[in-house]
Design a protein around this ligand. Structure first.
Ligand code: ADP
Length: 453
């Protein structure tokens, strides 16, 4: 482990639950940092509570009253003398207000500055800023207020189009429209939905790119102006705009396109004065790529990048949040082999992927050379309906893509649990599909190849 410069945190509060809370706790422990867990009443027996050095109950099961309760989190940080807070992903990870409260309370938020988060949280603003610096973006409108504006923008852009909520996220708030009657019909509904879901009714239109891949770049920046990327991730295997399988490298990109996407991501981070870890997302068609947004947090799929780079991204986040320099340059980052991640969600494929709840009984778990299983599950654990359905991330790393696919197939077979239904069988099916194996797929892979899913 790298020697620290004396300013490293002694104690970090982990404002999350599930696999990511465990991951942060373990990363801290390896660095000699003490950890403070927080939990809701229903999570009392969770692994993250057992593994942290200290744990505090912060409220009842509904997230609003516990994991999203800023007052409870800040007072816990105060009582426990935590010097920093790691937000994980989801919950408050991208809430600029929370970041600001941390900054004002002199508790270090492990993530970007609140100004950056305001900017990245507004897709429209973010697109405008990076586009001015020459990063290609999907052609689209500005904020749409009236029906006249809507029609004139739509006519300029041409159908098909996609409505997006400027403050949207998590694959929600998007609607594809094919013609003018549909456009007018959906306009007010999407505004209302955006207001209800994200507290901001701002919506805009983007040209819908029907045959596109989702390719994103992991970036990491310190406070001293150094930005590096950790290569790209291919995340086109999605169900209802939600990622299911991610991999690095992205198959079927030319060397020129790959390098141009990396450069655009670094440029976007520089323009925004980005600090800490983040992800720049792109859509890629036959010959072009367009930035769609920046996610100002650690992402679920970060392990595929870690496996190739051979560094711990959570520890890198903590180091740069403490003010350390990156200490290495782009040329020092070697991207090795191929990594794939499958998201194992508690969802029932026979019930249109509705959340599956119940008590888990573990029969067998994957493991072995090049197999990583990031999860908080244990036998006897109750899966409740209160939080997101991610149970585990199964990640493999091998010399090349065919070997990684084979390894993932074996690992998925060893994932056997009872008591709830999961997305593991669907992941297995995708992995065997000739169009997945060939690398010839896009974001509509599931609807085209496995229409029942
Ligand atoms: P969110 O912030 O909700 O995750 P994104 O903007 O990241 O939304 O988009 C999520 C997914 O939606 C993309 O990976 C892609 O599959 C699809 N998508 C988004 N914008 C477009 C577009 N302009 N054309 C086609 N598909 C799109």
């Amino acid at each position: 482990m790298r020697p620290y410069n004396g300013r490293m945190f002694k104690k970090i509060l982990v404002a999350n639950r599930g696999e990511i809370a465990l991951r942060v706790i373990e990363a801290c422990r390896e660095m000699g940092i003490r950890t403070v867990a927080v939990f809701s009443e229903t999570d009392r027996n969770s692994l993250h509570v057992r593994l942290a050095d200290e744990a505090y109950c912060i409220g009842p099961a509904p997230a609003r009253q516990s994991y999203l309760n800023i007052a409870a989190l800040m007072s816990t940080a105060e009582i426990a003398h935590a010097e920093a807070i790691h937000p994980g992903y989801g919950f408050l990870a991208e809430d600029p207000h929370f970041v600001e409260v941390c900054e004002e309370s002199k508790v270090v938020f492990v993530g970007p500055r609140h100004e950056t988060m305001i900017q990245s949280g507004k897709k429209l603003e973010c697109k405008k800023a990076v586009s001015a610096a020459g990063v290609p973006i999907v052609p689209g409108s500005g904020a749409l207020k009236t029906e006249e504006e809507l029609l004139s923008e739509a006519r300029k852009l041409g159908f098909p189009l996609i409505f997006k909520a400027s403050a949207g996220g998590g694959g929600r708030g998007m609607r594809v429209v094919q013609n003018e009657p549909e456009l007018l019909e959906k306009f007010h509904a999407v505004k209302r939905e955006a207001e209800a879901a994200f507290g901001d009714p701002t919506v805009f239109l983007e040209k819908y790119i029907p045959v596109a891949r989702h390719v994103e770049v992991q970036i990491l920046a310190d406070m001293h102006g150094h930005v590096v990327h950790w290569g790209e991730r291919e995340c086109s295997i999605q169900r209802r705009y939600q990622k299911l399988i991610e991999e690095s490298s992205a198959p079927a990109l030319t060397k020129e396109m790959r390098e141009a996407i990396w450069a655009a991501a670094v440029k976007a981070a520089e323009v925004l004065g980005y600090q800490n870890a983040g992800t720049v997302e792109f859509l890629v068609d036959e010959s072009n790529f367009y930035m769609i947004e920046i996610n100002a947090r650690i992402q679920v799929e970060h392990p595929v990048s870690e496996m190739r780079v051979g560094k711990n991204l959570i520890q890198e986040q903590i180091r740069v949040a403490a003010g350390e320099k990156l200490g290495y340059a782009q040329k020092d980052i070697k991207l090795k082999g191929h990594a794939i991640e499958c998201r194992l969600n508690a969802e029932d494929p026979s019930k249109n992927f509705a959340p599956s709840t119940g008590r888990i009984e573990i029969k067998s778990l994957p493991g072995g050379n090049g197999v990583r299983f990031d999860s908080h599950i244990f036998s006897g654990m109750d899966v409740t309906p209160f939080y997101d359905s991610l149970l585990a991330k199964l990640v493999v790393h091998a010399e090349d893509r065919p070997m990684a696919i084979a390894k993932m197939g074996n690992a998925l077979k060893r994932f056997q649990i009872e008591g709830i239904k999961t997305t593991a069988p669907l992941c297995y099916e995708i992995l065997q599909h000739p169009n997945f194996i060939s690398g010839n797929f896009n974001t509509r892979f599931l609807e085209k190849n496995l229409p029942g899913a």
